[in-house]
Design a protein around this ligand. Structure first.
Ligand SMILES: [Zn+2]
Length: 103
């Protein structure tokens, strides 16, 4: 198992080891967060009717979707210079989100 795959860094202009803020295991396990509604779906009539406990808990769950998405979709960074490694740039074409260099 390869923990740190090599990717092309546009700033260093060579293949470098990439880093993630969260470990691969953490990113993999946080994906389970999105399967919780599948288990709660059969109980949805009861959950929606109970406005005192279940409805606020479901709203708290929905608030957590954003941070979990940020962990799951985390972009790798260069291990040497810290630049973002964008997936679109791995194929050799410039990414739309990276600004052009103006001399
Ligand atoms: Zn770099």
């Amino acid at each position: 198992m390869v923990d740190t795959p090599c990717m092309q860094c546009t700033r260093c202009q060579r293949a470098v080891a990439v880093e993630y803020e969260n470990s691969p295991a953490a990113r993999r396990w946080w994906k389970l967060y999105f399967t919780v509604p599948l288990f709660l779906l059969p109980a949805s009539p009861f959950l929606a009717a109970d406005f005192a406990v279940c409805l606020p808990l479901m709203m708290a769950y929905m608030v957590g979707v954003g941070p979990v998405l940020a962990i799951v979709r985390e972009q790798p960074t260069c291990g040497e210079c810290g630049a973002l490694i964008l997936q679109a740039e791995q194929a050799g074409r410039p990414a739309r989100s990276r600004a052009e260099c103006v001399p």
